[in-house]
Design a binder for this molecule. Sequence first.
Ligand code: TXA
Ligand code: MG
Length: 322
Amino acid sequence: MTVTNLSNLRPATPEAIAEAAGVIRSGGLVAFPTETVYGLGANACDDHAVASIFAAKGRPRFNPLIVHVRDREAAEEYVAFSMIARKLAEAYWPGGLTLVLPRLADAPLSLLVSAGLDTVAVRVPASPVAQQLLAASGLPIAAPSANASGSISATTAQHVRESLGERVDIILDGGPTPVGIESTIVGFEDNLPVLLRSGAISRERIEPIAGTLAYSTRDGVSAPGQLESHYAPNARLRLNASAVSSNEALLAFGPDVLPGARHTLNLSPVADLTEAAANLFAMLRALDTKADEIAVMPIPNIGLGEAINDRLHRAAAPRGSA
Ligand code: TXA
Ligand code: MG
């Protein structure tokens, strides 16, 4: 183990949040908790600051970012809401829903946040620390998940620290993120709502408001974060396992845990998908250090299970496909 300098890791006290807001205003980088995962934030109006997010993550330039704002009124300064989009915002903001909407011509946002698209992804986070940071900075904050490109999203400040180290000016530690899986992304193609990424708010909660969600027909261009092996641990993943061998680690789900694994962690002993989502990334990280192969028990594909299975399929995808 290397001894690391933890000087940029700070408990999210009012003083630290005020200092972090100053960092955002002066063009620096702040990692902060949202209710979904930690974000790596910068002033969304400052091209140089936004560019430094890409540099810190080692993320391909074409990948657009989510702009975090305090409330829907703030979002209306940057994007055009359709009626369905407004209803979704009323139902699920603040919370784990991101809306991809047409960018207003006079929006003062950096063009880099849209990465060349004529849309912007906007979200109002529910986490009090995120809300206080937005209020104190008085700025929209562009923030991808706070992990190096191609690795698992960070659900604790320690994970941010391990992934990004000194490339962030301040990491606000607000404890583990309660939801643990990224926001659901809904966009519109030909005025019809499309599911660009399954996530924290399940399809079943969105469709009563938006109508049936189509999957995007555009191959990875509109949500390039969908690159196949995006959420990649080092270990190989074997999904829907019905038996385990002694050289494998096991990511279990439910009360009937498969016997014989070298090391087991259970996403939810009571088979609760919300609990499983909250544990997913931290348990993948932990098992990654225990074995070269991780067997994963089947997860029902309903509710948050859709997002969990999506992340697991990406993590299991052959390397080099991204
Ligand atoms: O929960 C979350 O969404 C977290 C927290 C920090 O808010 N953020 C997050 O950001 O997961 P990121 O950058 O890791 O994933 C954002 C996804 C990417 O797949 C990106 O391609 C897509 O959003 N995206 C952003 N802007 C877009 C746009 N204008 N059109 C289509 N997709 C967009
Ligand atoms: Mg990400």
